[in-house]
Design a protein around this ligand. Structure first.
Ligand code: GLU
Length: 441
């Protein structure tokens, strides 16, 4: 296994995020490989670390002053052993091949854990939607889809949103696909508006799911969310609905953040106000403190300095480091669930686990988003619409299944209570069995 990791490092030089994601999975699955030499013989590891297909393309577009811009588009179709490639698109200036490969690799295992029959992929662009007009965003999305459409399809590859790709972008991307292909192929994209093929609860699903995961972890030792304080980072889709569900379950989420700093509201974050500022006005989070008496804004700083028993990092990769973890532990954190993908550094994860803090890695804790995307695909295929309550109870059951699969695999492979080992092992076995059965392809 070490030689596979070394070879992957050489072959994917200069891709630190991808290396980090690889290392975590490979480290977790050694007990699995000891029991299953047939995986090694069939070259499962050599194959699983290599994407099935990687697409990189030019995305030219013109701004409102008619100036030409060129961005880079990506789609990494990582693994389709369990179903069509499935995973979001991220539009953010930091996007490069390393980021997309780490996200795509994580997605394989996350999607396997949902048990919904979806493979793993991810895509995006280094385009920055911030400060761009709706018309500029539309032209960018149209140019992006003019190339990507040929690689997509409801049975082939089904994108969705991620950082920088929300309702507005999904609309433009879906519209352009429909125009080029002359097909109203609802199931080729998820996260659509509920009036035109989107699923109830998809918007809320990642945040709700992360909180359900916390609830499941706490319940093992007879604890609950009620009466506990939660520290949430981010102020996008995941953070917003994590805060909402924390409140519904009787906890208090007291923080939110963006790249300029964080806010603390001891009464619990006022979601209507947060949504107004971030979704409608697309403004900075400091505006919250200007409008809500008693709350405060901290410029820059570390949101993890705020004490609480639950932490839900929901902003971006590597946002919570070892020092932050030490602070959280000192302040009495009991459970951490990753709403974002790989928000905790490896050092932070070690600190949590050594201190006996319940730690739900992203590929398990934030799987509710993509799981509900799979429910959207089912509804599209059957031309059905399920109610909000029905969809939420399906999400709840799926998160319970994800939790139990990780919990049981951790026990089975000699690492009780370690959800990192459990999630990676349970997911890997699923994908590896499918790859084994389907031959060397
Ligand atoms: N971007 C989300 C994730 O990281 C959702 C992907 C999807 O719904 O396809 O899982």
């Amino acid at each position: 296994m070490h030689s596979i990791y070394e070879a992957a490092l050489r072959r994917n030089a200069g891709e630190p995020e991808f290396h980090q994601a690889l290392h975590e999975v490979l480290e977790s699955i050694s007990p699995v490989l000891r029991e299953h030499p047939e995986y090694v013989e069939a070259g499962i590891l050599d194959r699983i670390v290599e994407p099935e297909r990687q697409i990189i393309f030019r995305v030219p577009w013109t701004d409102d002053q008619n100036r030409v811009h060129v961005n880079r588009g990506f789609r990494v179709q990582f693994n389709s052993a369990l179903g069509p490639y499935k995973g979001g698109l991220r539009f953010h200036p930091s996007v490069n091949l390393s980021i997309i490969k780490f996200l795509g690799f994580e997605q394989i295992f996350k999607n396997a854990l949902t048990a919904q029959g979806i493979g793993g992929g991810k895509g995006g662009s280094d385009f920055d939607p911030h400060g761009r007009s709706d018309a500029e965003v539309m032209r960018f999305c149209q140019s992006f889809m003019s190339e990507l459409y040929r690689h997509l399809g409801e049975h082939t590859d089904v994108p969705a949103g991620d950082i920088g790709v929300g309702a507005r972008e999904v609309g433009f991307l879906f519209g352009q696909y429909r125009k080029i292909t002359n097909r109203h192929e609802s199931g080729m994209f998820t996260g659509k508006g509920v009036g035109w093929g989107g699923a109830e609860v998809r918007t809320e699903a990642t945040g709700y799911g992360a909180v359900f995961f916390v609830d499941e972890m706490l319940a093992v030792s007879g604890r609950a969310i009620e009466g506990r304080r939660a520290i949430v980072s981010g102020s996008g889709n995941v953070a917003t609905y994590a805060i909402e569900k924390i409140h519904q379950l009787g906890g208090t989420a007291v923080t939110a953040s963006d790249s300029s700093g964080y806010i603390v509201d001891e009464d619990g974050i006022d979601l209507d106000l947060l949504k107004q500022i971030k979704e409608v006005e697309r403004g900075r989070i400091s505006v919250y403190a200007e409008r809500k008496p008693g709350s405060r804004f901290v410029a820059g700083g570390r949101v993890w300095d705020v004490p609480g028993q639950i932490a839900i990092p929901s902003a971006t990769q590597n946002e919570l480091n070892e020092q932050d973890a030490i602070t959280l532990v000192k302040n009495g954190v009991e459970a951490v669930a990753e709403g974002a993908n790989m928000p905790s550094t490896p050092g932070a994860v070690r600190v949590f686990q050594d201190a006996g803090v319940l730690f739900g890695p992203g590929k398990a804790a934030n799987a509710g988003g993509v799981a509900t995307s799979a429910l959207e695909m089912s509804q599209n295929a059957a031309r059905q619409r399920w109610s909000f309550d029905d969809s939420e109870s399906r999400l709840r059951a799926i998160m319970s299944g994800v939790h139990n699969a990780a919990y049981e695999a951790a026990d089975r492979y000699g690492a009780p209570g370690d959800y990192v080992v459990g999630a990676n092992a349970a997911a890997f076995v699923k994908v590896a069995d499918a790859m084994l059965a389907q031959g060397v392809i």
